[in-house]
Design a protein around this ligand. Sequence first.
Ligand SMILES: Nc1ncnc2c1ncn2[C@@H]1O[C@H](COP(=O)(O)OP(=O)(O)OP(=O)(O)O)[C@@H](O)[C@H]1O
Length: 363
Amino acid sequence: MTLTTPSSESEPVIRLTDIVKVFPTKAGPSRVLDGISLTVRRGEIFGIIGRSGAGKSTLVRCINMLESPTSGTVLVDGQEMTALSDANLRKARHRIGMVFQHFNLLSSRTVYDNVAFPLEIAGRSRDEIRKAVDPLLEIVGLADKSDRYPAQLSGGQKQRVGIARALAGDPSVLLCDEATSALDPETTQSILALLKDINRRLGLTIVLITHEMAVVKEIADTVVVLDAGRVVEQGPVFDVFTEPQSEVARSFVGDLLNHDLPAPVAARLAEGPGEGTNPLLRITFTGPAANTPVLGDLIAGKGLQANILHGSIDYIQDKPYGVLTVEVLNGETALAPSLDYLAANGLKGEIVGHVAATRRAAA
Ligand SMILES: Nc1ncnc2c1ncn2[C@@H]1O[C@H](COP(=O)(O)OP(=O)(O)OP(=O)(O)O)[C@@H](O)[C@H]1O
C-alpha cells in the first residue's frame, strides 16, 4: 500500500458534463439537475453539499447510473457510463462502491456474508472471497464480529460493514450518500476517520454527499455546493470556507464557523458611527498569516487600545483559520495605522459595525 496525496495535477477519474435530469411528475416535468459539470481527480475526497432537495442524491446516483441522466455524459475511469450496454454497465458498476445512509445490509446474513455478497454475485470462488473479505474486515475494525448479524451491531458498526462491502469489488471510486447522517457525532467522527484512512492508505477516490459542512470540513479536499440542481460554487475546501462566494455556501460556513456576533455584542450595535460609539474591528487570519503575533504588534506597535469581544480559531485541512472581533477604544488615532498594518501583513481587517461605548480609551 502506498500513501498518496491528491493534487490538481492528478488525473480525472470522474467527469460529468452538462448533466440534466428531468423527472416526470403529476405537476409536469421536474428539472432536478440543471446542467451539472464537474471533475473528480484520482485520490481526492470530493464533497458535494447542498440543502435538502438540492439534487445531491440524484447526482450521485447518476455517477453509477442507478439513475440515468436525461442528457449529458458521465465518464468514470475512462468509460463513458452513459454509452454502455446493460451488461457492460453491470460490470462497470463493480468498480464503483456505494455506501448508504441507512446501511442497506441483509439482515439474514452475517457480517462476513454481507461483505462477501457482491463477490458471490460476481461468481468468485469461496477461497477468493475469503482472501478478499478477511483483510477488509481488518481494515474496518470488525474482524472479531464476522459472525454477528446486523441486528447485533451498533449504527457505526453497521456502517463499517457497509464500507467493507463497498470495498469488496476493489472499486476505483467510493460513493457515499449521507454515510454519517444516521449516526451520532462521536460515531460520525470515527466513520469519517475510517474513510480518510481508506482514502490515504488505498489511494481510493471518495465522493461524499452531505448536508453537513462539518463533514466536508473534516475530510474533503474539494467541495461543490449544489443549489436547485446547479453548481453554485466549487473549489478547494479551505478556499470555500474562508472566502465563500455564494449565499448558500455562506450560510453553511457561517453556521459552522460562527462568524455572527454573540447576542450580547449584537445588542450593543449602534446605527452607525457617531458620538459615544466605538468601531468593531474584525481580523481574519488565514494560512501562514495566522501565526503572526498580530494583537501584540497592534497594541505595542500601533498604539491600538482594544477590547476583545469574540474570537475563534479553527483548522481546515490542517491550516489555521481564525476570526477575532475587537472593539477599538481609540479609533480616531489607531484605526488607520492598524488597518494598514493588517493589510501589509496579508491579514484581513474590516469594520463590521459600531457599538455603544461602555469604555473609553486610556489617555
Ligand atoms: N424519482 C423521482 N421522481 C420525481 N422527483 C424526484 C425523484 N427523485 C427525486 N426527486 C425530486 O428531486 C429533487 C432532488 O432530490 P434529491 O433526493 O436528489 O435531493 P437531495 O439534495 O439529495 O435531498 P436530501 O438531502 O433531502 O436527500 C427533490 O425535489 C425530489 O423530490
